[in-house]
Ligand binder design. Structure first.
Ligand code: DGJ
Length: 735
């Protein structure tokens, strides 16, 4: 990245990147605005383009104020390697003659609009080689989210170009007392928050797993501009790369600037661009808030419900999933019993998980059958038809689990098509889960047809299927495609995902209404690269409600409650062995898309009676939780003995509040639970949603309290959280 030290006055530091060009006369500054925010990009015909500003909304009439003010940093929107080599680059291309140089000049700028909002298109051409790069900036109508991406074309008549670096975004931020908030984790411990002061030098958030890109880290991150960010105060930039595969965000901080480069992780991913071929980078989504981290999260949540996920405007069903209830022990009678039980508890959907398929090799454990998507007739003699009929009889919907991108080497599919799996000639296959799992080669169009066919056959033969759980329990192993030519083997990490997206496009074109859950051994695919085709993600295989408070808290930084699958499971918990009261388990699961994952037959009558009431209560607040704004009130991170969060509808008339006792010591004082999301000019009537005994609600039940007290003095939850693992779920209705 070039740095210019220009003479002139000191820059008036506005918001995220107040960078100005003092000299160029042909500069034009283009504003893209939302209700509260403006992104300003300055272009220079025949030259370059650079970021001018991203922050609180400004007007066209303000643009003149940028000129004549000092800049010490160009903030080029697309720094290129070759003519200049120092610093970070967004684009590096090897030309057909071997030259490693790009030198772009701006040809045109066009502003247009579509159903999603406004788009600014900048067209650049290389001064020597036939390389055309279009760079886009968009605002998403009705939200505070903006995005940017590029399209890179080899417009030459001879020879391939090679893309070596192809970032989606290169964004400058104001250096100050910055903090970086990001997620990290592992299987059963996803989405843990890390928040550190941003050091000088390079910080990298990256993934290289190939498929499950959200375990070790997440593509979402926030950078504060003015000190340690709080939930409701401070200027915070939020970013997220909308990509399902390997990503890399590099943040380069010096004592006077920050530059962040985000895109597909280009490591071992050189991409060949043939004559006439265009490569489109994924969108980098960004938002800015002066209301702290909570403001950034709410912006992403609103955007997600409108643009970033499937069916974000439709209430999601309360379900029972069979996995932790019976694991591989699928049987027709058991399915009937479970459907009957969840229907009687007020649930709306039953999902039959793993274990239902395989003919020659029945799926009795995880070592066989992936790929053989025919019903195991021993377990399900009546086939899927008998199950959908049962669901109809019980008055609920039916859903089914598949893992269509995978095979086991012990399967009929592998016996027939060993060439369809990712593999390396002359090397033995590394096999994953169950000792036999391998990954199908979605670079291959025949495999894409096959994967589409699995879903198509299920849904065409059984139009009653309302929900699919789409699982993925492996990363890319045996890196090698027998379909791709030798010079394109380095494209597997990218072409796999392009192939997967094509399959998902076909499924959604034919089956727009079916609900599909995105699962990857839990939350391994919590990303916006895939959510546009999916209704929700399975947040974690860890269903321990205590740990879920942390896991869901982390995920909520970037992903909305409506998309977080959150299930009540058995006690002791199967992952941690912890015993947790049923009320606590419900109070936690109710903050996302509520479900159960348990054998209801093993529950006592009292537990069933409580579950029935809790499900009924959830239905009252479901629109608030699923469509409302979330406010994180007291964080479980950092040692607080309690955690609390709330949801409010747009008018702040209907509110749901949840608080949990995370640690219990005698005489321990509890922090105030200030309800940030209430209207201070309203009074609210409080209702206890989940009393253990219906006739003994919390002392808060029935009280009418002003918004001012709730926000400034806080809600006193001490009497309700006076036991280890106690919790409370409240509904507040404005009077
Ligand atoms: C991993 C998922 O995360 C679980 O919920 C379950 O579906 C299993 N796979 C089934 O094999």
């Amino acid at each position: 990245m070039k740095r210019h030290l220009c003479a002139g006055l000191l820059s008036f530091c506005l918001a995220v990147f107040p960078f100005v060009d003092a000299v160029a006369q042909s500069n034009r500054t283009h504003l893209l605005s939302s209700e509260q925010t403006t992104l300003a990009v300055t272009t220079n015909d025949g030259g370059t383009a650079y970021y001018q500003y991203f922050g609180p909304k400004i007007q066209d009439s303000d643009i003149g104020g940028f000129l004549g003010v000092q800049s010490n940093y160009t903030g080029h929107t697309l720094p290129q390697f070759g003519v200049s080599s120092a610093g970070e680059k967004a684009l590096a291309v090897e030309m057909p003659d071997g030259s490693l140089s790009v030198d772009l000049a701006m040809e045109s700028v066009t502003r247009s609009s579509d159903e999603k909002g406004e788009v600014l298109e900048l067209v650049f051409k290389d001064r020597v080689y036939p390389l055309v790069v279009k760079q886009y900036f968009r605002n998403y109508k009705g939200t505070e989210v903006f995005s940017t991406w590029t399209e890179i074309t080899n417009a030459g008549k001879k020879g391939d170009m090679k893309l070596l670096t192809f970032a989606s975004a290169c964004v400058p931020l104001t250096r100050g007392d910055n903090y970086l908030t990001q997620l990290h984790g592992a299987w059963a411990g996803e989405h843990r928050i890390s928040e550190e002061r941003l050091p000088d030098g390079q910080t990298v958030i990256a993934d290289k797993a190939g498929l499950r890109n959200a375990f070790g880290s997440n593509a979402g991150f926030m950078i504060s501009l003015d000190g340690r960010p709080s939930e409701n105060r401070g200027e915070v930039f939020g970013g997220n790369l909308l990509w399902s595969g390997n990503y890399k965000t590099k943040i380069v901080a010096t004592n006077h600037s920050i530059e962040l480069i985000s895109g597909i992780n280009e490591e071992t991913s050189t991409y060949v661009l043939e004559r006439g071929e265009t490569f489109r980078t994924p969108e980098f989504a960004m938002t800015f808030s002066s209301e702290g981290k909570g403001g950034v999260s709410r912006a992403f949540h609103r955007w997600a419900r409108k643009y970033g996920m499937a069916h974000g405007d439709r209430l999601h069903d309360i379900l029972l999933n069979s996995w932790e209830g019976v694991y591989f022990g699928i049987k027709q009678e058991t399915m009937d019993q479970m459907m009957g039980d969840i229907a009687s508890l007020g649930g709306e959907l039953f999902v039959m998980d793993d274990g239902w398929f395989g003919d020659k090799y029945p799926r009795d454990n995880d070592s066989t059958s992936l790929g053989d998507w025919m019903v195991c007739s021993r377990k399900l003699p009546g086939g899927i038809k008998a199950l959908t009929d049962m669901a109809a009889r019980h008055g609920i919907k039916f859903g089914i689990w598949i893992e269509p991108e995978m095979a086991n080497t012990k399967s009929e599919l592998y016996e027939q098509h060993p060439e369809w799996v990712l593999s390396q000639p002359d090397r033995p296959l590394t096999q994953g889960r169950g000792g036999t799992q391998v990954v199908l080669d979605l670079c291959n169009p025949k495999v894409q047809d096959y994967v589409f066919g699995i879903t198509d056959q299920l849904l065409a033969e059984h139009p009653e299927i309302a929900y699919i759980k789409w699982d993925c329990n492996a990363d890319i192993m045996n890196y090698g495609s027998s379909y791709l030519p030798r010079n394109r083997q380095s494209e597997i990490y990218i072409r796999y995902h392009q192939g997967l997206h094509r399959v998902l496009d076909r499924i959604r074109a034919k089956y727009p209404d079916v609900a599909i859950q995105l699962c990857a051994s839990g939350g391994g695919r919590t990303n916006y690269g895939l959510l546009p085709w999916f209704d929700e993600f399975w947040t974690s295989d860890n269903t321990d409600a205590m740990q879920r408070v942390f896991i869901q808290w982390g995920a909520s930084h970037f992903y909305p409650a409506i998309a977080q699958g959150s299930h009540v499971s058995a006690s002791p918990n199967h992952q941690t062995g912890r015993r947790i009261p049923l009320k606590f388990r419900f109070d936690v699961a109710m903050t996302g898309r509520l479900g159960m994952e348990i054998q209801p037959k093993n529950m006592s009558d009292e537990e069933k009676e409580f579950s029935r009431r809790a499900i009924e209560a959830y239905k009252h607040i479901r629109p608030v939780v699923q469509f409302g704004d979330q406010y994180r009130l007291v964080s479980p991170y950092g040692g607080s003995p309690l955690a609390a969060l709330m949801y409010a509808d747009e008018k702040k008339e209907h509110i749901a509040v949840f608080a949990y006792r995370m640690e219990y010591m005698a005489d321990q004082s509890l922090p105030k639970v200030r309800l940030d999301g209430v209207d201070v000019n309203r009074n609210y009537r409080i209702k206890d949603l989940t009393p253990v005994r219906a006739d003994r609600p919390s002392r808060l039940d029935g009280k009418v309290v002003s918004g001012r007290i709730l926000k400034y003095a806080g809600l006193n939850v001490a009497s309700s959280l006076n036991r280890p693992m106690s919790s409370i779920a409240l509904e507040l209705v404005a009077e």
